[in-house]
Ligand binder design. Structure first.
Ligand SMILES: [Zn+2]
Length: 97
């Protein structure tokens, strides 16, 4: 089957939101491991939204994100930050939550 490249737009949206929120929560660890956990938790709670990437620049679309998505992404990203912030996983080696 042939198809054009696509990706889950929510991955960029959550990453973008995390970068925007992180400075407001200096107490929450933002090491690679914790960021990964936060992204996975938020993404598991958000419906995937696949977009074609053949024209590139998904991030530009993320920045112009519709308000409805922004609220969803904000809510789930904040929730994930609180979960990981309370119980950071960076001392552990096993995969997953
Ligand atoms: Zn950490």
């Amino acid at each position: 089957m042939k198809h054009l490249p696509f990706k889950n737009y929510m991955e960029d949206a959550v990453g973008y939101m995390l970068e925007r929120l992180a400075p407001q929560y200096p107490d929450i660890c933002m090491c690679d491991r914790c960021c990964t956990d936060m992204m996975m938790i938020a993404l598991n709670n958000l419906p995937p939204r696949y977009v074609s990437t053949h024209k590139g620049d998904v991030l530009k679309r993320v920045e112009g994100m519709e308000l409805q998505y922004e609220v969803e992404v904000l809510t789930e990203t904040l929730r994930a930050m609180q979960i990981v912030g309370r119980k950071p996983h960076h001392g552990r080696n096993e995969e997953g939550i």
